[in-house]
Design a protein around this ligand. Sequence first.
Ligand SMILES: *Cc1c(COP(=O)(O)O)cnc(C)c1O
Length: 389
Amino acid sequence: MESLTGRHFLQIPGPTNVPDRVLSALAHPTIDHRSQEFQRLSHEVMEGVKRVAQASDPVFIFPSSGTGAWEAALVNTLSSGDRVVMFETGHFATLWYKMARRWNIQVEFVPGDWRHGASITALEEILHRDTNRQIRAVMVVHNETSTGVCSSIGAIRQVMNAAGHPALLMVDTISSLGSIDYRHDEWEVDVTIGCSQKGLMLPPGIGFNIVSQKAWQASSSAHLPKSYWDWQAMRTTEQTGFFPYTPPTNLFYGLRESTRMLLEEGLPRVFARHARLAEATRRAVVGWGLELLCANAGEYSQSLTAVIMPGGHDSTALCQLAAEKFNLSLGQGLGKLQGRVFRIGHLGDLNELMLLGALGGLELAMRRANIPIRPTGVHDAIDYLAKNV
Ligand SMILES: *Cc1c(COP(=O)(O)O)cnc(C)c1O
């Protein structure tokens, strides 16, 4: 391993770069989690998360990864044998599906090719067929981090309402929240699932559920075993600000700061910045003569771009070369895309120059790896940015 100078370029789609303001906030001396100062902090953090999710429902925060927040949503709303609908949008949707199966949830797993979002027409048909209204939940990953495809939650809600179907709508917003427009209230989402280390620009360690009145009611008759993830205790926490166990106090300082930063910039501008950097990235990919994994322009992710590797080349080897030679971390292909796809994260604390640094590093790495590309990718990204800043 060569010694690497300068800053590390963390361009995976989570964890993302932690801004200096948040790093400073994290360095706050640890406080008593039973103190009034913590109580205030706790309420401010919950308020900040709700505003970023455009939500007025209560938020239940867990010291956990995103996977924990998935489990919390599941065990609090469902019972063994319950029927739900999920969509095979990619690796993360598949992991969530496997978790549900382990809890003996009966999942109608709508098949997908990992290049498209959740199928609205398939959902329409499934809900129409469900004349006895047995389906308890529709569970969808908003932004599929393994493929760079974003599903339309608004369209899913419309189909559910048009069918008059009472199922809960549970949405994984882990790699969209704080980067892509997400509207918990407007889309009548029952459980929003998020965590700290992607668009919220924090280190890993916080997971959360934002819970509608309907989901809260469902939790009183959900029989899956739970203890740590039980929403019951969290309801009290949401009111008092105090946790039933030790919360990650320093991450709370960080989360207060990062939600403040997003709200100071203003959500519409945050989303526009992500859309602009995403489009510049796609211009670079097309400029290199490479193919985007996302097959539908209406579903392009604004937080990451997955790129298909030209035949005969291995994306994992390319990612290793970029890391070792140029101090640049790119996302590898996950699950069945391993070796065939690499991913460029462009979410969180990012600007034009950081993105161009990453794209320049990627072009360098591809040249070193003798991958057949046109040398115009970065040029095309600059061309787009120059006209759209
Ligand atoms: C990262 C991610 C997860 C998993 O989160 P962890 O914190 O690694 O447990 C789940 N869903 C999506 C869409 C993700 O991007």
